[in-house]
Design a protein around this ligand. Structure first.
Ligand SMILES: [Zn+2]
Ligand SMILES: [Zn+2]
Length: 752
């Protein structure tokens, strides 16, 4: 078919992807007017359907492909000739929406056009904290059920004034069908509360500013939940926040008033800058610039990385109009529980932490944390799937007729749903194991069922019987089965890239339940979508004291020493690990080690990082997960690339020789941190060489280490090496991997 005849004067177009709630239909309308096209555009369960008639269909289609709105994502565009018809103009038809192929629209940061309006004293939305349009504002966080229409969002409580209604109904307005549209006359209102929930008289923003300037802590309602905020330059304020929140040293994210301000505190590269200033404005973990400014040293003690972001709601911007210092902005929650979304929760559970609450009456329906990313080798490494990225919808190549719900892991919990033509990965829920987190987990399951109007017939979960997510699956009277944790990591990466061929997978993680009941975590596997074979793993070592060893790297370091040296040799050794104990403690632990008392074996690379962090004298006891790796990262010198020695026999990786070399380096931190990363790389290269015909796929929390990831991108380059970029590289993607397995396997052959 020639181009002319294909682009006939009458075509029917179906567009799929993120095409709802993003101004897609008015965009189509405007392009239709420009190219004198007649016909209509309409939202349907299949996607956006366009019927176009006119001489310039080809240019019209080209414009659709090239100029679509910033928040939209086109997954596919089907074009076919249709019968000609006599339309007098182009119209936007009412939706015939059901629940189907359309992705859930995502929240986005304040756009430039709205920003300009709110800065303009002549505009009727001058300094309006809830300004938004089809390009920006809340979406997922305010949706009760799709389709995305105002009546099914928390904006239904606000009746549009005549002026807003006119914009809403005008296809040429950039607020045409902007569902959260409002103005000072008809929209939500700010209030300021004290920590008992009593409303304070006066200008809410001024009250918040005053408290922040006094070094106090406020809770501020953002898009997906509350932030706790305080002056990031004040040691007193940050120390108070840490003390009150019982958060000793886990790094806190910092929000800057502007890019200019941000750049005087941290150094960022162009790729980082594009994400920091883009339309989502996630938290980006960047290098802390040590020699400069006055951020409190308590923000991220002992590490050289800092989570930074820019104001993303109009309310944030208004706050920074009167504040010239950066603000700590951390999710309002208790440890790793879900973020809080109601001021009553703050009053009930965090009254001892905050001095005041900047609240408003636009209800958050779906809690949503900020997304956290970092850049390694110029690529995104997703650390937390949140605002602007979640829920993440993938179009399936082969639609599924069976609805499958995957329940994920335990830490960094998230769920995934496979339904019709889509796989949908939920936002970060939090760590399970508390009433609040488990409750929020179940609510997310309900939300997903409601969003897609589906009752899953198959549940998939982690093999670990004690995970709350596994327990949930077992209580449901549905077909269900478990999938090995590290295999799920590899599958998650395959899912992101749509791979179904055989791959060489490296699942480097903390501890996870292995098929043999031991604690895996340093697995090398040959896998496809049906099964995996474990072809390599770290030689298991004892976690002395079980869970205690996970908090105390010195216990793992000691266990590695016991594997090589006698008790007497260890007692007389000069090593930071040994010095972290009293001699009688070492004797007790040696007894546990030799008699195998509360000393479960693990092959986890994450735990090996901890052990090296202890042996190298970086840290002996942890305040938060991953701290050992992060503290070592600060010392990595990329010009030091000689690996330590190790042996691999029948796929079992023995690092005894490395441990000896580390001891002999006598605490040279740069050498130890840098050469350890080279060792990990070299181990991977060994297997990559053995299976040189297979693509390399990675997954697991260890790859959150930016220095390691940068080196891997350098070493393995393009073409063969696959690492997740859109979905979390950590346990936040386990559900996606589980789902990908289930969609490729029927019950009969779930051989894993
Ligand atoms: Zn806007
Ligand atoms: Zn209004």
């Amino acid at each position: 078919m020639s181009v002319e005849s294909f682009y006939s004067t009458s075509v029917r177009i179906i567009v799929k992807g993120i095409v709802q709630g993003v101004g897609f239909r008015p965009f189509v309308y405007r392009e239709a007017l420009r190219y004198r096209i007649t016909g209509f555009v309409c939202n349907t369960p299949e996607g956006v359907v366009i019927e176009a008639h006119g001489k310039h269909c080809e240019q019209f289609i080209k414009a659709l492909r090239e100029n679509f709105p910033v928040q939209a994502r086109i997954d596919s565009m089907e074009i076919e000739p249709c019968e000609s018809a006599a339309y007098t103009g182009f119209e936007i038809r009412e939706s015939t929406l059901g629940l189907g192929s359309v992705a859930i629209p995502l929240d986005s940061a304040l756009c430039l056009a709205c920003q300009t309006e709110m800065d303009d004293p002549a505009n009727r939305r001058y300094r309006y904290p809830f300004i938004n349009c089809t390009d920006c504002g809340p979406r997922y966080t305010i949706i009760q059920t799709p389709p995305y229409d105002r009546v099914r969002t928390s904006m239904k409580h606000f009746t549009m004034c005549p002026e807003c209604l006119e914009e809403y109904n005008d296809p040429t307005s950039r607020r045409y069908h902007a569902e959260p549209i409002s103005c000072p006359n008809c929209g939500p209102k700010l209030t300021f509360l004290d920590n008992s929930g009593n409303m304070l008289e006066g200008d809410s923003i001024a009250l918040a500013v005053e408290m922040l300037k006094e070094g106090k802590i406020i809770a501020l309602k953002g898009l997906g939940g509350f932030h706790l905020m305080c002056d990031a330059t004040s040691d007193t304020a940050v120390a108070k926040l840490r003390l009150r929140k019982h958060r000793k040293s886990k790094p806190l994210a910092v929000m800057f008033g502007s890019l200019e301000q941000l750049e005087t505190y941290v150094s960022i590269n162009e790729v980082e800058k594009s994400h920091i200033t883009g339309s989502i404005k996630p938290i980006v973990i960047v290098d802390a610039q040590s020699e400069t400014n006055h951020l409190s040293s308590l923000i991220a003690p002992h590490i050289q990385r800092l989570g930074v972001f820019l104001p993303y709601t109009p309310l944030h911007r208004l706050l920074f109009e009167s504040i010239d210092f950066p603000l700590v902005a951390t999710s309002a929650n208790i440890s790793d529980e879900p973020i809080m979304i109601r001021s009553s929760e703050i009053v009930g559970r965090l009254a001892h932490v905050v001095d005041g609450i900047l609240d408003h009456d636009r209800t958050i329906i779906n809690a949503l944390d900020d997304a956290v990313i970092q850049i390694a080798g110029n690529r995104v490494v997703m650390l937390r799937l949140g605002r602007g990225f979640a829920p993440h919808t993938f179009a399936l190549q082969h639609p599924t007729d069976k609805a499958v719900l995957a329940l994920g892991a335990h830490q960094k919990s998230a769920i995934a749903l496979g339904v019709k033509e889509n796989m949908i990965l939920s936002p970060h829920i939090g760590d399970l194991g508390s009433v609040e987190a488990d409750g929020y987990f179940e609510r997310t399951v309900q939300t997903f069922k409601r969003f897609y109007d589906v009752e899953p017939s198959l549940l998939v979960h982690d093999l670990h019987p004690q995970y709350a997510s596994s327990a949930y699956a077992l209580t449901q009277k549905r077909e269900h089965y478990g999938i090995q944790h590290h295999y799920a990591h590899i599958l998650a990466c395959m899912a992101e890239y749509g791979m179904d061929e055989k791959v060489l997978g490296f699942a480097y993680d903390g501890t996870g339940y292995g098929e043999d009941g031991s604690l895996w975590g340093g697995e090398v596997m040959v896998a496809d979508v049906h099964a995996f074979e474990r072809i390599g793993h770290l030689k298991p070592f004892a976690l002395l004291g079980g869970d205690k060893a996970i908090k105390e790297p010195r216990r793992i370091g000691l266990s590695l020493l016991f594997d090589i040296y006698s008790l007497d040799e260890v007692l007389n050794m000069k090593s930071p690990t040994v010095e972290a104990f009293l001699p009688h403690e070492i004797r007790t632990l040696h007894h546990m080690w030799s008699k195998n008392i509360n000393a479960p074996r693990s092959s986890s690379i994450g735990r090996l990082f901890d052990a090296v962090a202890s042996l190298g004298g970086f840290v002996q006891s942890l305040d938060y997960e991953g701290q050992g790796g992060m503290m070592m990262e600060s010392f990595v010198d990329d010009s030091v690339v000689t690996p330590f020695s190790f042996e691999i026999e029948n796929g079992v990786i023995d690092v005894s020789a490395m441990v000896k070399e580390i001891i002999s380096l006598q605490g040279d931190k740069t050498q130890i941190a840098s050469r350890f990363l080279s060792t990990i790389e070299t181990i991977m290269e060994h297997f990559a060489h053995l299976y040189s015909e297979l693509p390399i796929v990675i997954g697991g929390g260890v790859f959150q280490n930016r220095a390691l990831m940068s080196r891997l991108y350098r070493r393995f380059g393009e073409g063969r090496f696959y690492a997740q970029q859109q979905t979390p590289i950590n346990d936040g993607s386990i559900a996606l991997g589980q789902l990908y397995y289930a969609l490729h396997n029927t019950k009969e052959d779930n051989g894993r």
